[in-house]
Design a protein around this ligand. Structure first.
Ligand code: XMP
Length: 513
């Protein structure tokens, strides 16, 4: 059975981060909501369980709880923040609310550790930990000892070594906690006895074998967008079944300059597969004629995309298997309920009822994005494709503000290509999470040579971010901005002014539409 650790999600904001940290230590990890039946956990027979944090108070009966039977299975458990309080509460300790604000702690906190506790063994006896709590444990359950304290928190960590139950009030998974990842490693290797069997090479071999077994001599069709996830899925499927794979690439003419050709060349040259490209810019533009409402544009582009795609599949490939590049974060069921579904862009699509495949293959469904990239690199995908910036599904359609015409798309593509070229040349691209040009549809007066001009304005958007939920506008040096402005105005027809977007998210969004 695959060595697995379960992250039991009580609605904490760091649940995915915890799981990624565990996997960084080569231990396969799954996030399950706190509503998962105990029977399911017993079936998985995990080497260990980690309770996440959460926004609630354990003594509130409406807050997420779990059957105390979980503590009797003999499986090591590490409770983090709310998870630690839950453990204390369930096993007879006491958790109280810090009405006095001096006891609640937020942020970096000086912490003293008992280094004879397995979690803290061979680590410094004092260090900074990252705290975020209002409630605190003031009495540990029978059989537990206090293993860390802070100036305000009597129980910053607790342990019952005999039963392999551990709790930490702070967040070892965030970088601000000094040696936090060592503490997690100790839990995985010293407490749970993990061996570290989760390796990307093994994942590739096992997945290739599994795909071959499932598919037999049938065909598989995959919708390829040129984005990271579908590209890595294509590479993996190609390795498994070669020309039994058909990739359908819908080029709606709203990609960046030359991008459609780049995708085609990459896949036809580097991989064994059938590659079908559908060029349909004209069709898309005719549907978009006269439309300038952002939501309506998105709707038309989305609907048209699936029409073109499924019509092609229906005509030529409507049997065998359907593959898609779903990744793990697309399908994690959160412990927070619907409120947690902040992410609206995802990879899973529904197959129309009249197309009957024998099954759906999602070879990346258990991987986090960084693991998907690692697999892509191992399979020989070009570095720039694997590390591609996010690109919206509706493509440049949401960057050409107002009505989309072939000419305006071309203007935007040219300006955007200069931005990319300059950023790569000066090496600043790696400082940025995402950058692109927007064509707002504003005309302004200018002067070129001796003549008056009345032409388009373009805006440069560049952001830094960890997760795209929030983002800072990038502080690009003036010198680079100056070069960009010169080149764009000199080289791109119909552009006579360049502005730089200095709005963070929130209140702005990354895209303009
Ligand atoms: P916003 O504009 O919402 O963008 O701050 C956050 C990130 O999501 C990307 N984005 C999209 N990705 N389909 C996608 O797959 C979309 O419709 C879409 N809209 C925005 C955006 O580029 C940024 O990285």
């Amino acid at each position: 059975m695959k060595e697995t650790v379960i992250v039991l999600d009580f609605g904490g904001q760091y649940n995915q981060l915890i799981a990624r940290r565990v996997r960084e230590y080569n231990v396969y990890c799954e996030i399950l909501p706190y509503t998962v039946p105990l029977e399911r956990i017993k079936e998985i027979a995990p080497k260990g369980i980690i309770f996440t944090g959460g926004p609630n108070s354990v003594y509130d009966p409406a807050s997420p709880h779990y059957t105390p039977e979980i503590f009797t299975l003999g499986i090591p458990i590490l409770g983090i923040c709310y998870g630690c309080q839950l453990m204390a509460h369930a096993l007879g300790g006491s958790v109280i609310s810090a009405t006095d604000r001096s006891v609640s702690e937020y942020g970096k906190t000086e912490t003293a550790y008992q280094t004879d506790c397995t979690l803290f063994e061979s680590l410094p006896a004092r260090g900074i930990s990252w705290m975020s709590h209002r409630d605190y444990i003031n009495e540990v359950p029978d059989g537990f000892t206090v293993t860390a304290t802070t100036a305000h928190c009597p129980v910053a960590a607790m342990a019952n070594e005999e039963k392999k139950l551990y709790g930490v009030q702070f967040h070892p998974e965030v970088n601000h906690t000094e040696h936090g990842s060592d503490m997690l490693r100790h839990f995985l290797y010293r407490v749970c006895g993990c061996k570290g069997e989760w390796r990307m090479d093994d994942f590739i071999d096992a997945t290739v074998a599994q795909i071959r077994e499932q598919v037999g001599d049938k065909g598989v069709v995959l919708g390829l967008s040129g984005g990271v996830d579908s590209s890595v899925a294509a590479a993996l499927l190609s390795k498994a079944i070669g020309r039994q794979l058909t990739c359908v690439f819908v080029d709606q003419g709203l990609m960046r300059k030359d991008e459609g050709d780049y995708v085609e060349q990459t896949f036809t040259k580097l991989f064994d597969m059938n590659f079908v490209r559908i060029n349909c810019q004209e069709e898309f533009l005719s549907k978009l004629r006269g439309v300038s409402d952002p939501e309506e544009k998105r709707r038309i582009i989305g609907t048209e995309f699936y029409n073109v795609f499924w019509n092609k599949i229906r005509d030529s490939y409507g049997s065998g298997f359907f593959a898609q590049g779903t990744i793990y974060p697309d399908r994690i069921e959160s412990g927070k309920g619907d409120a947690a579904k902040i992410k609206t862009h995802h990879n899973q699509v529904g197959v129309p009822a009249d197309i009957r495949f024998e099954g759906v293959i999602e070879p990346l469904k258990d991987l986090f994005k960084d693991e998907v990239r690692a697999v892509g690199e191992k399979l020989g995908l070009p570095h720039e494709l694997v590390w591609r910036q996010p690109f919206p599904g509706p493509g440049l359609g949401v960057r050409v503000i107002g009505e989309i015409t072939a000419e305006r798309v071309k203007t935007l593509q040219e300006a955007d290509a200069i931005l990319r070229d300059e950023m790569e040349k000066c090496g600043y691209a790696k400082e940025l999470s995402q950058f692109f040009v927007v064509l707002p549809g504003v005309k302004t007066v200018g002067v070129m040579g001796d003549a008056r001009t009345y032409d388009e304005l373009v805006a440069i958007r560049a952001v830094t971010t960890d997760d795209f939920m929030t983002a800072d506008w990038a502080k690009i040096p003036y010198e680079i901005l100056g070069r960009l402005s010169n080149r764009i105005i000199n080289e791109v027809e119909h552009v006579n002014r360049v502005v730089y977007d200095i709005t963070s998210k929130p209140p702005g969004t990354v895209e303009w539409e």
